[in-house]
Design a protein around this ligand. Structure first.
Ligand SMILES: Cc1cc2nc3c(=O)[nH]c(=O)nc-3n(C[C@H](O)[C@H](O)[C@H](O)COP(=O)(O)OP(=O)(O)OC[C@H]3O[C@@H](n4cnc5c(N)ncnc54)[C@H](O)[C@@H]3O)c2cc1C
Length: 394
């Protein structure tokens, strides 16, 4: 038996013996926030996976990982999926800032931060966007001044997802106002639990407030917590975005890959549209649309596997833009096909006339509008592909 097969058998056995039944289905996955209390079984699963180094399987053991090879990582993911086990830890700690510190941090920074990410000790927010810096991110203005002992921050960030539950925020800041705009930027880690940081939820039309505005009023950051050289944060920040996009594109091999098992649209469509004498969905045009979607799904999954196998680093570089656009457009099409299958029942927002699944389908459909915006819009990804991948002129 080869070594990989041995690893598969050991992994399967360990999961069978240790993975609680209650986490073998979709549900809440912790992301490190110390402001959220975990259910006992979620905590147990997290502790067990931390013990194995499997919250960040490919990271070196000294930093809380398991030092798995790419092939072993794939095996672990396959085995977890086969029993529908959900990831024990996710979020911007293990998936965005973690691999960035692993790539750009000093030895001291790695020793300080990586084990905390791996153990989910701190929920991380992302401080990139500002009112005048979204797609034009390099326009950011949050000022960061070196005061000798500490850095002092003044300004604001916006669209901070999970801001009210965040413990830490990684921020792109302006450290030099004289230089051309891409050259005066740095990446710094900031504790959100300090008097100088105020988080204000943004109320959405749905009634939810998943985003916040984050204000920095003489907030301080430790001098040791700037990742990468001062004023060179644009490159570091762009690499972090590639880690983010690799998560959205399903090709991240750093932290957790969260994949929900989805109910077959064909089965759902049969109950709403009905079947013909051959047992097929009773609408040829719908069948064709669904078939195209399923073919794209299969092709996309194969592409993800190929990209993972071919990428030496823990996330591809510019190719993440291609994968992010592909995944965003696929996610949107999938929810649209599902709504088409449900007909007017797929347009419910609330009330007894709709089942929970129907209401979820409507909300998922609306939510997928966001996937082509966050992490950089699809238009921006296409600009990157045109300029940096295809080499087309500006
Ligand atoms: C669900 C969600 C979560 C988010 N979470 C976070 C977070 O945690 N932290 C954070 O920092 N940010 C977050 N964001 C913000 C996100 O990064 C920005 O919304 C995004 O980068 C777009 O910026 P903008 O909203 O300012 O839109 P704009 O930049 O104003 O863009 C408006 C429109 O113009 C288009 N456009 C702009 N420039 C160009 C161009 N050069 N060529 C072609 N088209 C262009 C865009 O594609 C878009 O369609 C989140 C956004 C969403 C939707």
């Amino acid at each position: 038996m080869d070594k990989l097969e041995e690893f598969r058998i050991e992994t399967r056995q360990w999961l069978a013996e240790n993975c609680p039944q209650s986490v073998r289905k979709p549900g809440f996955i912790p992301w490190g926030s110390q402001k959220m209390k975990l259910k006992a079984d979620t905590q147990t699963w997290l502790d067990l996976m931390i013990g194995k180094g499997w919250t960040v399987p490919t990271w070196p053991k000294e930093y809380g990982g398991a030092g798995l090879s790419r092939e072993q990582y794939m095996v672990l993911m396959q085995e977890m999926r086969s029993i529908n086990a959900r990831a024990a830890l996710t979020g911007r700690g293990v998936n965005y800032i973690g691999p960035t510190v692993l790539e750009f941090g000093t030895d001291e920074q790695k020793a300080k931060w990586l084990p905390t990410f791996a153990k989910g000790q701190g929920g991380w927010c992302m401080g990139y966007s500002e009112p005048a810096a979204g797609s034009d991110l390099a326009n950011l203005q949050l000022r960061c001044v070196d005061e000798g002992d500490v850095y002092r921050l003044n300004g604001m960030k916006t669209w901070t997802s999970d801001g009210i539950y965040g413990d830490w925020i990684f921020c792109l800041v302006r450290t030099d106002t004289e230089k051309p705009k891409h050259d005066g930027i740095s990446l710094v880690l900031v504790n959100m639990d300090q008097p100088g940081v105020e988080v204000r939820p943004i109320q959405l039309i749905s009634g939810d407030s998943p985003f916040c505005e984050t204000f920095f009023d003489d907030a301080i950051a430790d001098k040791g917590d700037m990742i990468g050289p001062k004023n060179k944060g644009w490159s570091v920040g762009k690499r972090l975005l590639q880690y983010e996009r690799s998560v959205h594109g399903g090709v991240n091999t750093s932290g957790a890959q969260v994949v929900e098992k989805r109910q077959s649209i064909a089965e759902i469509a049969k109950t709403y549209i009905g079947v013909n004498a051959e047992g097929k969905i009773n609408d040829e045009a719908f069948r064709t649309r669904l078939l195209k979607l399923e073919m794209n799904d299969r092709a996309y999954k194969l592409t993800q596997q190929r990209v993972i196998a071919e990428t030496k680093a823990s996330a591809p570089a510019l190719a993440t833009s291609i994968l992010k656009v592909g995944m965003a457009e696929f996610a949107k099409e999938r929810t649209e096909v599902l709504l088409e299958a449900m007909g007017s029942q797929g347009l419910g927002w609330e009330g007894d006339a709709f089942t929970d699944k129907e209401i979820r389908a409507t909300r998922d459909w609306l939510h997928t509008r966001a996937v082509s915006i966050y992490g950089g819009t699809s238009e921006i990804q296409r600009n990157i592909i045109a300029k940096r991948v295809l080499g087309l002129p500006d």
